[in-house]
Design a binder for this molecule. Structure first.
Ligand code: 26V
Length: 810
């Protein structure tokens, strides 16, 4: 073990020889990465086993966070940070002639998530472990993560992301803990001892193999587990006739496809059979593993909810509800009522969206074919639920059909999740209010006590201490180190917001981060960007509601202005974008092409080169975010009000001292409550106004096109040869979506207000002292968005779990 630089160096050299047979002089960055990984494994192995032992001995209640996505990012740096040895390892390596940052670059970044929802799950795991809360992740070990994005001629091209290619030092395969998951077949009913028994026959059986990843608690010896399941063929059905070798191979391939790849989040929900298989695979395997742990406690089954909280991250794992019912009734001889009681006391659910087109609805026939017993249970749940509703709301057919779990031939997963759980939470105050008042009004009226808000949060360890170590040091120099354990203490920075010395340091740190990013951009894209220009960043999934288009139209307008008046007095700007579009989302891909086209035109024009640059960074990922966010001056959070459930990027930028230009949407509302109008740049319609326009149908984008010449000019440029259509490419689909399809997301409506907000930014940046003060105030208030705080609220308000007795790391 190592706790000083010297004994680290010794241990490292020894390990290098033992594991790889190499002296220091021959080691590559990849070797350094692997050896550090192994050293960390050795170091925490005992703590990991001890944590599990202590949890068992204490019979502690544990939370199991079920999620189809865990966007955990690279592990090396954060694990070193949690172990409190990051700096000594960095220094030790340097003395041996290695650079820790380069070694970190050797780790592949597991893209096991799409965006906010997946990253939130990862921040939650980090916070659970840091607070010694017994909480584990339950997910899928996809062989291919979210696609790798390349930009070719301005277009997005998707490549498979085979992240496991070079192995994974952080995982342990627990072959001995595999479980069986069954698909298809027929339900056979028999009567025995006066009871009906249900058994599945003629099913297809597959193994779920768990791979465990340790989640190391920062500053303690607590280690939780992220368990990811991988599909493998089980008992091969021997069929004499069609049992040819090639048929078997096909069968193996079809089984393995269950954990083959992560589905990209599309603009609309699509009922794909394989995705349903993945969801059931996760739910069934995860529950079996929970029950195995519970059985060791030798308690009666009705105590399950006192020992296990089962949380579902959005509706994707909602099948835990009927699956738990099935296990309890068919395998543990519970009656329907007993099983229902237990299930409803064990499961809680987080909603992440109000976009109706994204709500999951599975065709009944599909569920019936793939999961016949589960389908029966869902039907029975629906029957009993509707009977209750009829009693409560006699004659109110309209309300009952809104609430029903099965409607037509569709199973509504959100309805199932609410009916079968004890808690439903939204992810920001505004979002929860919208759920209660609109999207889920009927459910709120039925079960008001189930609804609650838990505003999202982010791990300040990854997004500040790891991504921006210089800023973390500056904070500690100013207010001491207590903020690391109690991030809300960052509020103490308010005192320094006007301190010149502090401001100068803050400026230097931001400049350093901008230089680092500029180098990255130059090396990859051969574009040089000015570190003294405003770095204005929009980085997030590409979706119409997130309105990257509004940002582009504004850039086009700015460029038009510069062409009309080359000596216009504007503060130099660098607009940076990073975003993946779902492969089948045509409009989103067209917007990526537009950003790249505008970038080409602007960057090639020497007359504006001191004033404006546009950069699109390909392949947005956790590791790219860690480079981009610390370098931002301006954070673009410009969704149509009411559409972004919370946003978490907004919090990451704020914590790194960027100022937000944004709408009153998601968690921006809560940022604004703390910061006021002076410290962020608000614009655009409010959520209620959007709602009113939607109801009245009174908004016409054509009207704005007719009266605002700036709007007419940029809209026409989308379809006419000229500045932004050098090769005659057209952006017809974008033009259509705005003008012919009623501008669903109010891009034109908010344009003028957005342009005006940018003028305020332009002026504000000229006053460097005042800008730094605003930046410092943003950082000071960002502690409220630490996921440590969010997790505490989940722990006490939903899960009723407690920290395991405090044990400091030796
Ligand atoms: C939808 C689908 C549709 C089918 C195929 C696969 C797939 C995967 C993911 C999704 C939904 C993604 C939802 C999501 O990421 N929501 C975001 O959650 C964040 C954390 O709560 C929140 O901050 C963002 O506002 C919200 O958009």
């Amino acid at each position: 073990m190592f706790d000083t630089k010297e004994n680290f160096k010794e241990a490292f050299k020894k390990e290098l020889v033992m594991q790889l047979g190499k002296p220091v002089s021959q080691a590559t960055d990849a070797d350094v990465y692997r050896i550090l990984g192994m050293m960390i494994r050795e170091r925490i192995g005992e703590d990991w086993a001890n944590t599990n032992q202590r949890l068992k001995a204490a019979k502690a209640k544990q939370v199991y966070y079920f999620s189809m996505e865990f966007l955990i990012g690279r592990q090396l740096g954060n694990n070193l940070l949690s172990l409190g040895v990051l700096e000594l390892v960095r220094d030790g390596l340097q003395e041996l002639g290695f650079d820790l940052d380069s070694a970190e670059e050797e780790e592949s970044d597991p893209g096991l998530g799409n965006g906010g929802l997946g990253r939130l799950a990862a921040c939650f795991l980090d916070s659970l472990a840091a607070q010694q809360l017994p909480g584990h992740g339950c997910g899928i070990r996809y062989r291919y993560g979210l696609f790798e994005q390349k930009i070719v001629d301005g277009h997005q091209v998707e490549l498979p992301d085979y992240w496991l290619q070079r192995g994974n030092v952080w995982e342990v395969c627990r072959e001995d803990k595999k479980v069986e998951v069954r698909f298809g077949g027929e339900v056979q009913m028999t009567e025995r001892d006066g009871r009906l028994h249900f058994e599945l026959a003629g099913y297809e059986s597959i193994w779920a193999i768990p791979y465990d990843i340790p989640v190391i608690g920062s500053g303690s010896s607590h280690v939780n587990t992220l368990r990811l399941w991988s599909a493998r063929p089980a008992k091969t059905p021997i069929k004499p006739n069609n049992g040819s070798y090639y048929n078997y191979l096909n069968y193996y391939r079809s089984v393995e496809s269950v954990s083959e790849f992560l589905y990209p989040d599309d603009s609309e929900f699509e009922g794909k059979l394989l995705r349903l298989k993945q969801q059931y695979f996760l739910c069934s395997a995860g529950l079996q593993s929970i029950l195995r742990t519970f059985d060791k406690l030798e308690l009666p089954i009705e105590c399950l909810p006192d020992k296990a909280a089962i949380h579902i991250n959005d509706t994707h794992p909602t099948l835990v509800i009927p699956e738990l019912m099935r296990i309890l009734m068919d395998e543990r001889s519970c009656s329907w009522e007993e099983a229902w009681q237990i299930t409803r006391r064990a499961v809680s659910y987080t909603n992440h969206t109000t976009l109706s087109e994204a709500l999951e609805k599975w065709p009944g026939v599909m569920v019936k074919q793939l999961l016949p017993r589960i389908y029966m249970i869902i039907e029975e749940m629906n029957k009993r639920f509707c009977a209750e509703l009829l009693e409560r709301y006699p004659g109110d057919q309209n309300r009952i059909s809104q609430l029903a779990i099965v409607y037509g031939d569709q199973i509504r997963m959100a309805n199932l999740a609410i009916a079968g759980s004890y808690s439903v939470n939204g992810v920001a105050a505004l979002h929860t209010e919208i759920l209660k008042k609109r999207e889920m009004k009927a459910f709120y009226e039925l079960y008001p006590e189930r609804f609650n808000n838990k505003t999202n949060g982010i791990s300040h360890r990854r997004w500040l201490m790891h991504a921006n170590p210089a800023l973390a040091r500056l904070i500690t120099e100013a207010i001491g180190s207590r903020w690391i354990r109690q991030p809300r203490e960052m509020i103490g920075l308010i005192k320094y917001a006007e301190d010149r010395g502090f401001q100068d340091n803050l400026h230097e740190i931001k400049r350093g981060n901008k230089l680092r990013l500029a180098k990255y951009v130059r090396e990859r894209l051969h574009i040089s960007i000015d570190p003294d220009s405003i770095f204005d960043v929009q980085a997030k999934r590409l979706h119409a509601y997130k309105r990257q288009l509004l940002n582009v139209l504004h850039m086009m307008h700015l460029y038009n202005q510069l062409k009309d008046n080359p000596s216009a007095d504007i503060t130099p700007r660098t607009f940076l974008f990073s975003a993946k579009a779902a492969p089948g989302y045509y409009l989103a891909k067209n917007i990526i092409k537009l950003i790249n086209t505008v970038a080409d035109t602007v960057n090639r024009d020497r007359t504006v080169r001191d004033k404006m640059k546009v950069v699109f960074l390909e392949n947005y990922s956790v590791s790219l975010a860690e480079k981009l966010i610390p370098a931002a001056d301006v954070s673009e959070q410009i969704s149509t009000a009411g559409k972004e459930a919370s946003g978490t990027g907004n919090m990451k930028f704020m914590m790194n001292g960027a100022l937000t230009v944004g709408t009153l949407d998601g968690a921006n509302v809560e940022m604004h409550e703390m910061l006021g109008d002076d410290n962020m740049f608000l614009f655009g319609l409010r959520a209620e106004q959007v709602m009113e326009y939607n109801q009245s149908g009174e908004y016409s984008p054509w009207h704005i096109y007719d009266v605002d010449l700036r709007v007419k000019e940029v809209m026409d440029q989308l379809i006419q040869p000229g500045r932004f259509c050098p090769e005659g490419q057209d952006f017809e689909s974008i033009y259509q979506s705005v003008l012919h399809h009623q501008d669903e997301f109010f891009v034109l409506k908010d344009f003028a207000s957005y342009v005006e907000a940018h003028l305020r930014i332009d002026l504000a940046y000229r006053n460097a002292r005042d800008w730094l003060k605003k930046s410092a105030l943003n950082i000071a208030h960002s502690g409220k968005f630490s996921s440590d705080h969010t997790i505490k609220q989940y722990a006490t308000g939903i899960w009723q779990i407690e920290p395991l007795i405090l044990q400091r790391r030796k």
